[in-house]
Structure formats: structure tokens, C-alpha cells
Design a protein around this ligand. Structure first.
Ligand SMILES: NC(=O)c1ccc[n+]([C@@H]2O[C@H](COP(=O)([O-])OP(=O)(O)OC[C@H]3O[C@@H](n4cnc5c(N)ncnc54)[C@H](O)[C@@H]3O)[C@@H](O)[C@H]2O)c1
Length: 274
């Protein structure tokens, strides 16, 4: 079991080199990251990217099959991954899982919150309260609940990185996606506030705002022609690959971003330039 103080003495408050680091007593340690929504899509790519950087990955997802698949990919590539099943909307489940992860690893260095999505594409008069709440719950409440459990542990460590997921729609809004745009704008406001709250404790909070990204979910819902048309609206001329978004998540947990907090990295091919 890792003794946190020893780790801190050796690594300091920056998140250390991405390779394995050695504690005072010669143990081999690595950073530990919880990735919510790591079982599919962009979250999957974040797990693979973190793992390639020497980070142990905890896949927190409610899709057991997807999460196990990603764990298999990480392990086959020589990395370390564990699956913890939970619904980010459920406060009790999140409390239990975060406590289990902390018991298992003795620390949580990184939290990347990706569980979310737009779910409904509906006009305002068609949207039920239940549907509105469904979207707010997974994107905004889920982000809050996971941060609420992890933040005190990071405060006690005196170090940590949190990366939340916004969307270009959180800035520009989007017709027929009112709850999603509201939720993502909320995630940005929440993360900026949390960044101010946690900075004195050495905990940094930033966001990635992806533009249209070719995850399997998006690709199964659109034709190649539709995606090509979408790509033509983007200055770079195409939609993103999940791996390209994952690079921003990786940058925001590395030593290169140690002086950034409360910031949003817009990875959208130039679609939105705030
Ligand atoms: N794909 C895009 O074009 C795009 C663009 C902008 C922002 N985003 C954001 O990026 C994030 C990831 O999106 P994606 O396209 O990779 O989605 P995805 O559907 O491919 O993956 C989402 C993952 O989150 C998990 N998840 C969903 N609800 C959950 C819950 N209640 N509890 C636990 N796990 C849950 C799913 O099981 C899945 O593994 C989301 O927050 C999304 O809003 C995506």
C-alpha cells in the first residue's frame, strides 16, 4: 500500500513525469486516474492515452461490457486498468466507488469526467421535464457528484488534477439541444468556480470542450454524407477523431499545464473561436 506522504516528498506538487516514479522506499508508483465514461467513445481514448503515459486507469462507467472491453485494450497494451461500475447520477454509488478506489490505490491523482451526452434532440415544446432532467443529471449533476467525492481526497493530498468535459454547444448553444447546451454551460461555470476553490490546495480544475467527434455512438446515428457535410462547416475541414480530443485531456494532467486552472481547451477544428 502506498504511503501518500512518501509519494508527495518525492514527486512534489506537479504531477510528476509520466513514467513510473520511485517512492522513498523504492516502490514503483504511478499516477492513478479515474475516468468517468471511460467505457466508450472519447473516454475510451482518454483511458488509452493516459495508460500509454504510465497512468493507472480506473474506468468508472455504467456500461460494464464497454468498460471491460477498454480494460482489456489497456492491459493488452501493457497498462493497468480496473473497472468500477457506477451511475454518475447516483450519489450513493459514487461515494462507494470513490472510497473503494482510494482504499485500493491509496490516492487519486487525476479525475477526468466524460460521462455525458446530449441524449435528446427536441424542440422546446416537445421536451418533457423528465427528459430535461435526464440530460442535466448525467452531464451536470454527474460531474458535480464525482468531483464532490474526489475533491476532499485531493485536498488532503495537496495535489490533483480534474478535467471536466464541456462542448462547443456550452458556448454557442444549439437549437433542439437546449438541456445539453444548458448543462455544458453549467459544467463550465461549475468548473471555474471549483478551480478557484481548490487552487489554494494544489488541485487544478480545467475543461476540454470537444467539437463534433467521430465516436461510435455519433457514427451510428449519422450517415457518412451527414458527417462530411458537418466537416465542411469546420475550418479544418473535418470532424475530430476521439484520439485528438484525448490529447487535450492528457496535456491538462501533465507538468506542462501546471500553471493552468479554470481554463477550457477548445478542440474543435476552429468551429468555435471564443
Ligand atoms: N462526441 C462528440 O461529438 C462530443 C462533442 C462534444 C462533447 N462531447 C462530450 O464528451 C463526452 C463523451 O462523449 P462521447 O461522444 O464519447 O460519448 P459516448 O456515448 O461514446 O460515451 C459516453 C460514456 O459515458 C458512459 N455513461 C453515460 N451515462 C453514464 C452514467 N449515468 N453513469 C456512468 N457512465 C455513463 C457511457 O456508458 C459511455 O461509456 C460527453 O460528456 C459528451 O457530452 C462529445
Amino acid at each position: 500500500m502506498l504511503i501518500r506522504d512518501d509519494f508527495l516528498d518525492d514527486v512534489g506538487s506537479g504531477l510528476g513525469e509520466r513514467e513510473f516514479v520511485f517512492g522513498k522506499r523504492g516502490w514503483t508508483l504511478s499516477d492513478v486516474a479515474i475516468v468517468s465514461g471511460g467505457g466508450n467513445g472519447i473516454g475510451r481514448s482518454v483511458c488509452l492515452r493516459y495508460s500509454r503515459g504510465g497512468i493507472s486507469v480506473v474506468i468508472l462507467d455504467h456500461d460494464g461490457e464497454g468498460a471491460e472491453r477498454v480494460k482489456g485494450e489497456v492491459v493488452r497494451a501493457g497498462g493497468s486498468a480496473e473497472v468500477y461500475l457506477a451511475d454518475v447520477r447516483n450519489a450513493g454509488e459514487i461515494k462507494r466507488v470513490v472510497a473503494e478506489v482510494f482504499r485500493r490505490y491509496g490516492k487519486i491523482d487525476i479525475l477526468a469526467n466524460l460521462a455525458g451526452g446530449s441524449i435528446h434532440v427536441k424542440s422546446i415544446e416537445e421536451l418533457s421535464w423528465t427528459e430535461w432532467k435526464e440530460v442535466l443529471d448525467v452531464n451536470l449533476k454527474g460531474t458535480f457528484l464525482v468531483c464532490r467525492e474526489v475533491a476532499p481526497l485531493m485536498i488532503s493530498q495537496g495535489r490533483g488534477r480534474i478535467v471536466n468535459t464541456a462542448s462547443n454547444y456550452g458556448l454557442t448553444g444549439c437549437a433542439l439541444r437546449t438541456p445539453y447546451s444548458a448543462a455544458k454551460a453549467g459544467v463550465i461555470g461549475f468548473s471555474k468556480s471549483l478551480a478557484q476553490e481548490l487552487a489554494p490546495y494544489g488541485v487544478l480544475v480545467n475543461l476540454v470542450a470537444p467539437g463534433p467527434t467521430d465516436t461510435l455512438r455519433i457514427m451510428s446515428r449519422s450517415t457518412p454524407q451527414e458527417r462530411e457535410r458537418r466537416g465542411q462547416e469546420i475550418p479544418i475541414g473535418r470532424t475530430a477523431k476521439p484520439e485528438e480530443i484525448a490529447e487535450a485531456f492528457y496535456f491538462l494532467v501533465g507538468p506542462e499545464s501546471a500553471y493552468m486552472t479554470g481554463q477550457t481547451l477548445h478542440v474543435n477544428g476552429g468551429l468555435v473561436m471564443p
